[in-house]
Structures are given as C-alpha cells and as structure tokens.
Design a protein around this ligand. Structure first.
Ligand SMILES: [Zn+2]
Length: 263
C-alpha cells in the first residue's frame, strides 16, 4: 500500500491516484477491464500507466504528474498545473463513463404531468447538489434521491422535484459527501432495476485546511492513511468497524467516498 509524495499543490491528485492505484492493484486484470469499460481517456491513461508502475518502468509519482498534465491539457478551464484543485472536478472527468449510471427525472409534487425526458448521467462519480440534512443514510443518496428543482410546475407553480436513481451497478462508485452530512457505513445494498447489489466501502477522501488526504481500506479490512505531505507511505490506523465515526478524521471532513461492487 503506497501513494504519491506531495509536490506543487498536488494533494487532490495524490488522494485520487492513491485510491485508484491501490484499488487497481488488488486485481489488475479485473480493474483493467473495469477501467476500460468506464472508458474516459483519463481513466484509460491511468490503466496503461498503472501497468508500467507494476512493471517498475514508471514511478507512481511520475504517473501522478502525467495525470495532472493530461487533465490540464484536456480541460484548460478547470485545471491549471501547479494550482490548487478540488477532487470534485478530478473525479468528474476521470469517472465519466460510456454507460448510463444514474437517471435523473423531474416530477410535480401534485402529480401534474411534467414534460421533458429523463436524462441519464454517465458518470461513476455521484454528486447530487441540493440534498440537505444531517446523518443522511448513504442508501438514500443512491436510491431515489430527491432534490428541489429551480424550475416550477407549469400547472400549479410549485417547485418541481428531481429524483436520481441508479440504473446500473458499476464496479466502482465515488460518492460526493461534501455537501451533506452522510452517514458513512462500511457497506450498502442498493436496488437497481429490482436486483440488490452490495457495495463495500473502499476509501474516503478527507479535506480540511486546504489539504486533501485519504484513507484506503485493504482486503483484510485494515484502514491505511495517506498524506502526500508526509511522504508516499501509508500508515495503518486501525481495523474497519461499524462504530467508527468515518466522517471526521484528523480534523478533516470526508468529501468523497469510494464504494466497490461486491460480486
Ligand atoms: Zn404541479
């Protein structure tokens, strides 16, 4: 278990690449295929380069730098090399998928007919704005998550409700937890099209004091902490258990979590 060393405001990239590399390393054949199916050119770049790290032809630090450069070159308005970046944007572009993940549809609270098609979201990063509250169960973000729309119903004038629903069960899901206090559980079962799918918590990205760190859970349920400013090594914290408060760690708050589909 290892990550990258912080360099030139790289912390958001360090957290994402540390998580994705340690995940990929669990089963390179399986994850190589899963990354290929997701299909963004960013995740394809990571897959190819992770093989080089495994063969000792590249260091993970140099892959991190290439990952940064690729994002900067591809999306100039969102990424500037050397500047502080949010994990939110990195995840959004890295996890853009070729398949539909979520459906998003609007409805009237008084059941008036609302025009407009359902819009599928092609991304394995689930980030839903407008959810409010404390201790929100993780399942309610993934199953029929509702938010109020800006738009109003043409018939009654009430604000429309937008409902998000998982329509596929991808091998990996990142969930944005920065906008609401979600109750982070070690596993969650989601119903997709009438079938239950189990997801296990794999990692958590923390943010505080303008710095990102992460925690990765290994296959033996041991929790490992990574902070690029302290070097590339990961430090054992404790074993994962249900009664841990995973939302806050070292005075930092969980801004995104990674869930892995258990077959
Ligand atoms: Zn209405």
């Amino acid at each position: 278990m290892f990550g990258t060393i912080w360099d030139d405001n790289s912390c958001a990239y360090d957290a994402v690449i540390t998580i994705l590399y340690n995940l990929w390393l669990n089963n390179p054949i399986y994850w190589s295929s899963a990354f290929t199916n997701i299909g963004s050119h960013i995740i394809l770049f990571l897959d190819v380069n992770f093989h080089e790290v495994l063969n000792n032809s590249l260091t993970l630090d140099s892959v991190r730098d290439g990952f940064r450069e690729l994002l900067c070159l591809s999306y100039r308005l969102h990424f500037r090399f050397g500047q502080f970046t949010s994990v939110d944007q990195i995840l959004l572009y890295t996890l853009a998928s070729h398949y539909n993940v979520l459906s998003s549809s609007t409805s009237c609270p008084h059941l008036h007919v609302v025009n407009g098609p359902e819009a599928p979201i092609k991304n394995c990063y689930v980030s839903i704005a407008g959810v409010a509250g404390n201790n929100i169960p993780l399942i309610s973000i993934l199953n029929n998550c509702t938010t109020e729309c800006v738009n109003e119903c043409g018939a009654c004038g009430y604000q429309l409700i937008r409902t998000y629903k998982l329509i596929t069960a991808p091998p990996i899901l990142f969930v944005d937890t920065s906008m609401y206090a979600v109750d982070i559980t070690t596993q969650v079962i989601v119903n997709v099209g009438g079938q239950n799918h189990m997801y296990k918590l794999h990692s958590i990205i923390y943010f505080g004091n303008y710095h990102f760190t992460c925690v990765v859970i290994d296959s033996a349920n041991k929790m490992w902490f990574h902070d690029g400013m302290k070097g590339k090594n990961m430090y054992y914290i404790c074993n994962l258990s249900e009664n841990l408060n995973l939302r806050v760690f070292n005075n930092q708050v969980a801004v995104a979590i990674t869930l892995v589909h258990i077959n």
